[in-house]
Design a protein around this ligand. Structure first.
Ligand SMILES: [Mg+2]
Length: 160
């Protein structure tokens, strides 16, 4: 099933040592928008930087493959210290295959991680890697925002 991810997790922060070990995953090809950051945001989401250090400590190879333009992908990928391929034209396999080759791993040891079935999951499945579908960070932020507002409301009455 080309549209079916091997795993579905809440976000990248749920990818941890035991999960990777259990599933014999040695490399992660990461989507950028809504996977490592909110779409178009110049900064990563909370916890992502620490998560990347954890992955490095576990000797997990990381690479970004994004469909977005270089001017968007390069600054954030460099800030995070990650190899990147921009304009990766997922679901075509070109970008993902190049990233796998660069990692020096077999396809089955690598997971494509992203928030979109028709680009990330499809590209991973077509290129013979495994796939992890995550919820987009944007929705979570919206939910979190709602929660913040609720808490705010319970603490004080807004005058506007
Ligand atoms: Mg995305």
């Amino acid at each position: 099933m080309l549209f079916k991810p091997d795993f579905a997790l809440k976000n990248v922060l749920d990818i941890d040592g035991p999960f990777l070990k259990k599933n014999n995953i040695k490399g992660l090809i990461l989507d950028l928008d809504n996977t490592l950051s909110i779409h178009g945001s110049p900064v990563e989401e909370v916890g992502v930087l620490e998560w990347i250090s954890d992955m490095r400590r576990l000797d997990i190879k990381l690479s970004v493959v994004s469909n977005n333009f270089k001017r968007r992908v390069k600054p954030l990928a460099e800030k995070l210290g990650l190899d990147f391929i921009s304009f990766g034209i997922k679901p075509f396999t070109f970008g993902v295959s190049r990233a796998v080759k660069k990692m020096g791993l077999s396809r089955k040891q690598v997971c494509v991680v992203g928030d979109q079935i028709f680009t990330d999951v499809l590209a991973g499945n077509l290129s013979g890697t495994r796939t992890i579908l995550v919820d987009p960070f944007l929705l979570e932020t919206k939910g979190l925002m709602k929660l913040k507002r609720k808490i705010e409301k319970s603490l004080f009455k807004r005058k506007f």
